[in-house]
Design a protein around this ligand. Sequence first.
Ligand SMILES: NC(=O)c1ccc[n+]([C@@H]2O[C@H](COP(=O)([O-])OP(=O)(O)OC[C@H]3O[C@@H](n4cnc5c(N)ncnc54)[C@H](O)[C@@H]3O)[C@@H](O)[C@H]2O)c1
Length: 349
Amino acid sequence: MSKLPIAVIGAGLIGKTHIDCALADPDIELVGIADPTPAAAELARAIGVPCFADYPSLLATAKPRGVVVATPNATHARITIDCLEQGAAVLVEKPIADTLDDGRRICDASRATGLPVLVGHQRRHNTIMRKARAIVGAGTLGRPVSATVLCTWLKPRDYFDVAWRRQQGGGPILINLIHDIDLMRFLYGEIESVQAQSSNAVRGFDVEDTAAVVLRFRNGALGTVTVSDATVAPWNWDLSTGEAARFPRQDINAHFYSGTEGSLTLPRLEVWRYRQDQGPAQGWHDPLTMERTAVHTGSPYSEQMRHFAALIEGKEQAVCSALDGLRTLEATLAVTQAAATNTAVALPA
Ligand SMILES: NC(=O)c1ccc[n+]([C@@H]2O[C@H](COP(=O)([O-])OP(=O)(O)OC[C@H]3O[C@@H](n4cnc5c(N)ncnc54)[C@H](O)[C@@H]3O)[C@@H](O)[C@H]2O)c1
């Protein structure tokens, strides 16, 4: 069977991860890279893959059936729509775009061309999240009531040497919190209102370094998230899962989901309930039990690439469609708006 031709546009930090995943997948052939930098040309030479300085040449020459778009946020819409119009399905990195209008244009182009778009919220492909979704979906928690999520850690001083990271849009809300909001939506469904406060008190840059968020879900549950990149703290998804090797793993929880029948912690996948052999749930004087599930872990980026190929072949439905990516972006942008206006923002916008 012939391999599926895939290309990568943007061979920077995350583009290299996608390139490695495509090279490692036995059912995929990496047919080209587009990126104007000398570093990208060097990388392409090293792995023996054609490199193009501009992506229209890549599309015309290499004729990929799927393209990974791993370029800066503001370029996502233009490049994704061009790829779709040239007949290639797209895996676009998160956020789907940097504005809702651009995100909607991607949804429209996917519909018009009949080609799928997968948004790169790779955490959805983590086996921990898949198990968590199965636990919540099976009704183990009963009726979802609350979600408490922490996303706190310290970005090093030199991270801010790059100007855009000190400006609005370059901070932990759009870069990091968007992943946690996406996971909360993955487990609890749509968000219908957002309240938030943000602060730049530690670093004093234009961009926030901290935010506290309250979410109301359509299913009636309430969620809170604290995000800060200015604290010495381990409580966040990256450090607690070790999902990417560049983060040293801590064996702790960062997400806590509670319902009328039980609770779930992540990433340790602990389910807390009253003893099932002693009748219906009683109350806080009765002993709780905890059952922890261990799952096989693998790279969510590799699994995302496998899923992208299956999506192109029409064998699977998108785990994070363009519309899903748009809804996550909408909720995340609402955090910034709610904090700036000190009002609750209703969704969808
Ligand atoms: N899912 C994740 O875990 C994750 C992690 C990091 C970044 N991201 C996302 O990935 C995207 C890229 O981030 P990054 O950190 O890799 O950025 P980066 O700056 O390291 O890399 C971007 C690359 O795109 C290239 N590029 C820019 N415009 C281009 C164009 N028109 N055609 C071809 N190449 C072009 C640049 O030369 C650069 O090499 C962003 O949207 C970011 O939000 C996702």
